[in-house]
Design a protein around this ligand. Structure first.
Ligand code: GDP
Ligand code: MN
Length: 351
């Protein structure tokens, strides 16, 4: 950001010509960003990528949520860049505060302990409210009423390839309920007790909720003894809001909430969404969106194949591709569990 003009001077940003489709029939869908006022310019960067690579062709709407009120400046700068309609909401207090069954002294001690251990965000109170909000509440806000799909976007992400078809439409036409673009291993210290609580809920209380064609295999490699830490990185996700609104999901969230792990541990919304879709959805309702050129610090996805990079005008280095290139990535294992043949030009890693 140029501090004088407030303008974005990212030399990597390249504008690619899209065919405008002014009369396009959109899906019942929205972009969604939880963001702070201070993150305005990082948010504008993300919006610019989404618009340049995708949305300037479709003009989907965008919901912005914040635990504090958005400033007028934030709203006008953001609205200026989004090609669909924008909605700005202040999160209701009950979605961003301690439930009465939480012992706040105990929570504060837990934060101190995690901070001492050097666990990232271990000492942060707001991070915990954020994870809880993204796990169980965002989709209940009035602004989501009647909508079918959301696509989550964070500040400071990039799409370095063209997203050259309508991902929302793809979700609907293929009966997909959850789409992701990066999967990796969670830090074990942040999810203590989460898998035990998950098994209690699904295996002991609601085995009838688990479809036979589930994808539990993705999250456990020892027959549900333990969680292998694989999770879809929720900073990018496209999801079916009806799934989140379902009794099965919402009661799962409430069961976890009662356990206190959002505050006494540091349970993240990414492993929670992953565990939920693995237990509740059919394997074929979960989809990997490839070739996005997605970046969220510190990982980049980049197509291996030069033809693809060319076709999608990618600005990324395939040699640093995380998805196939890192043993921390769960993509290879996902392919294995879905019994999809992996591309011939990727290195064999990890599993
Ligand atoms: P990380 O990706 O796990 O490192 O976490 P981030 O700091 O990126 O936070 C995840 C998302 O929640 C981002 O979209 C942030 O803008 C947003 N976020 C995190 N904390 C807060 C907060 O206290 N208030 C608001 N309004 N947004 C937050
Ligand atoms: Mn982030």
């Amino acid at each position: 950001i140029d501090p004088v003009t407030d303008s974005i001077n990212d030399p990597n940003l390249k504008f690619v010509e899209f065919d405008e489709e002014p009369n396009y029939v959109r899906e019942n869908a929205t972009f969604f960003s939880l963001v702070r006022n201070e993150e305005l310019y990082s948010m504008l960067e993300s919006i610019n990528y989404v618009e340049t690579r995708f949305n300037r062709r479709y003009h989907y709407d965008w919901i912005f949520a914040n635990d504090e009120e958005f400033t007028e400046n934030f709203k006008s700068e953001v609205s200026n860049l989004v090609s669909g309609n924008t909605t700005f909401v202040t999160i209701p207090k009950e979605y961003w505060s301690y439930p009465d069954f939480i012992d706040q002294k105990k929570a504060s001690n837990a934060r101190m302990k995690m901070k001492k251990k050097g666990i990232i965000y271990g000492g942060s109170e707001s991070y915990r409210h954020m994870c809880r909000f993204n796990s169980g509440f965002f989709y209940r806000m009035d602004c989501f009423k009647g909508l079918k799909y959301y696509w989550r976007v964070e500040p400071d992400i990039k799409f370095s390839c063209d997203l050259n078809y309508d991902y929302f439409k793809y979700m609907r036409e293929n009966n997909l309920k959850y789409g992701w673009t990066m999967a990796l291993h969670e830090i074990p210290e942040t999810v203590k007790g989460l898998y035990e609580a998950t098994k209690e809920y699904f295996r002991d209380l609601h085995p009838d909720y688990i479809p036979s064609n589930n994808h539990i295999e993705f999250i456990t490699q020892d027959n549900e003894d333990s969680f292998n830490m694989c999770h879809y990185w929720s900073n990018f996700e496209i999801g079916d809001l009806d799934f989140l609104r379902s009794k099965q999901y919402t009661e799962y969230f409430e069961y976890l909430d009662r356990k206190g792990g959002f505050f006494y541990e540091r349970w993240g919304d990414a492993p929670i969404h992953t565990l939920a879709v693995s237990y509740l959805l059919n394997k074929d309702e979960i989809h990997y969106f490839d070739n996005t050129g997605y970046y969220h610090v510190p990982h980049t996805q980049c197509p291996r194949d030069q033809e693809t990079r060319k076709e999608l005008h990618c600005i990324c280095q395939s040699s640093i591709d995380f998805n196939w290139g890192s043993s921390d990535s769960c993509l290879a294992y996902y392919y294995e569990t879905k019994e999809i043949e992996r591309p011939s030009n990727v290195p064999i890693r990890g599993y």
